[in-house]
Design a protein around this ligand. Structure first.
Ligand code: SAM
Length: 190
């Protein structure tokens, strides 16, 4: 396998101008979740670093792109964070590498437009403990967004909910993301 379709990234400053990063994590309730975190596609570590600062759990940040892995690793070490493990890994081909039921939280941020989202959600579910949370964000289904996958592969919240349920997750809520005008959020649970 290889990188999921349309998963390329712009410059970090541009990417991070699209979100209120702390508010995304807060409104989804990520810092309150206990236990390990698995992040599917960490990119620049945009969400990895702020979350790792605010969780006692270990954060496993996975990405297939070695430039993204390097960027996240540098940020983690500059921040002096010891609870982040960054791994170059194709989670589509190889899974996330975490034990079944080992994680409290799975982050699926800007990734569910890949070719087989249900299999990815199943893998997230496998890694989660019962009651563990899968947090999802994605680009609004709107041509006016400054970036994002083409609309024909960009999932709407209803679609992601259906995929999550197909993967055996329970829908908890849709979540507005204050300060992130181009994105929506969702919480699912094992
Ligand atoms: C659009 S970026 C989002 C990054 C991050 N989640 C965020 O929202 O800031 C998607 C990331 O997923 C990674 N990715 C895509 N397919 C992957 C795969 N099969 N295995 C691991 N990482 C993958 C890409 O390299 C990219 O860094």
């Amino acid at each position: 396998m290889s990188k999921g379709r349309d998963s390329g990234m712009p410059a970090v400053e541009q990417w991070e101008s699209y979100f209120d990063i702390a508010a995304v994590l807060d409104s989804l309730g990520c810092p309150e979740v206990t236990g390990d975190v698995v992040e599917f596609g960490c990119g620049y570590g945009t969400f990895t670093i702020p979350l790792a600062r605010r969780t006692a759990g270990a954060v496993f940040a996975l990405d297939i792109d070695r430039l993204m892995v390097a960027a996240t690793s540098v940020r983690a070490s500059q921040a002096g964070l010891k609870n982040i493990t960054v791994e170059e890994r194709d989670f589509v081909a190889r899974g996330c590498g975490r034990g079944t039921g080992s994680a409290g939280l799975a982050l699926l941020f800007n990734i569910l437009h890949i070719e087989d989202p249900v299999s990815l959600l199943k893998e997230a579910r496998r890694a989660l403990r019962p009651g563990g949370m899968a947090a999802v964000i994605h680009w609004n289904y709107d041509v006016r967004t400054p970036r994002g996958p083409p609309l024909d592969i960009r999932p709407r919240p209803e679609q992601c909910r259906a995929w999550g349920e197909q993967a055996g997750l329970r829908w908890v809520r849709d979540q507005d993301l204050p300060g992130s005008p181009w994105h929506w959020g969702m919480v699912l649970e094992k």
